[in-house]
Design a protein around this ligand. Sequence first.
Ligand code: ADP
Ligand code: ZN
Ligand code: MG
Length: 478
Amino acid sequence: MYIPTIGLEIHMNAKTRTKMFCACPNSFEENNPNVNTCPICLGHPGALPVANEEAVKGIVKLGLALGSKIAIHSNFDRKSYFYPDLPKGYQISQYDHPFVEGGNLKGVRITRVHLEEDAGRSLHELPGGVKTKEEATYIDYNRGGTPLFELVTEPDIKNSDEAVVFAKELQLILRYLNLSDADMEKGQMRVEANISISKKTGEFGTKVEVKNINSFKAVHDAIEYELKRQEEVLESGGKVVQETRGWNDVKKITESQRSKESAHDYRYFPEPDLPPVDLSGWDLDAMRKELPELPEAKRTRFAASFGLTREQAELLVEDRTLAEFFEESASELAALTESPNYQTLLNYLTSDLRGIMNARSMSLREAKANPEHFAHLVAMVSDGKLSSRLAKDLLLQMVETGEDPEALMEASGMRVIGGEDELGAVVDEIIEKNVKVVEDYKKGKVAALQFLVGQGMAKTKGQANPDKLREIFIKKLQ
Ligand code: ADP
Ligand code: ZN
Ligand code: MG
């Protein structure tokens, strides 16, 4: 038996207006290569960089959200290496004075988070899939010089599932803070996994770094594969080589790329073109207080305030817009009914409304249904004024028109039935007219109740909620 040890290094594209050290727009414009460039991000000699304050604010917010220590004094460093899409021959990054140190997420200690610039992109075909005659590589510098956060964890992760949980939570926090869209498939969040195995706890084996991981599933699969590969190497009497390997998502294997470089290969030194950064004038406490409620706090609060299970709270919080829509609808519902049924609200939101939106590839923001109207619909269903079948039709119309469900009913000639009182009268009338069936029911014939409910549905032209009707019949026939 071997004990796995995993540490992650995660790059995230920061969603700022401009690039890290120049005024070019921070927008990749994949179909228009090299439009967002200037002498600074193209690395022309003598061009002077200026640090982007929005990016510094972003990394500080991220650090505050992770419970980290924010460095009041920090600086940028040059990390020298050659790459065709890195025209300066070095990357401006941070070495021994990152903005963020320490902190914790999902039980994993954060080592640091630093700010750096991204490289450009090497293209092996032109945009739009245009292939050229000769074999050539093209370079698009639109991404060159855009801001990146790089987060490094301590080797605290014990298996592939924990790694996925960590990466997903980080993605969610970035989205809640509106710092990055952090879409892995789009390369806005890039995960590298450092993996080793050992026989004893507290003893580390040789680590391998796996790059090229482009989805959460790949995080899981790459770690599983690599753990197994290392185990086989050791079991057959070999040694794990310290190296960088790449995840091949087609073959589902890791492949050796190069032997691992170490810090001194990069010749780090303080960036002479940028002054050290001094944040002593920043009110970090105020910034901390201004952070939005974070996912974990929201899950706990949702579970407690609305009587949701952990899984239900998780489902809502996964999508900030959905969570906000739920919360607004819930407070409307509480205003409309004495005993608001949050489970019904949740069901209508996560299955019916989301179903409609998925079918139309529409987002909640685009859908015209507003929380007030939505709560009204749910209140009518749980008060028995509306059948769920009718509610579904109405929901569709609400999404299209942005109208209130009651107004929509009236417009199509339907009248809202009055709830318990009015249904009670309907039930009384049916009981009176169906003496024989009522007797059968009292003798224990279950189908008789179904018949009576059917009569009630006919009487209300299909509007009543059949469950509510059944409930009233049972009560009255006791
Ligand atoms: P390097 O200097 O080789 O880049 P670092 O000490 O900076 O190594 O660590 C890089 C990443 O590797 C971190 O996420 C760290 O947690 C992780 N790591 C360090 N040692 C191990 C190990 N033995 N097994 C797995 N991961 C490790
Ligand atoms: Zn530029
Ligand atoms: Mg390192």
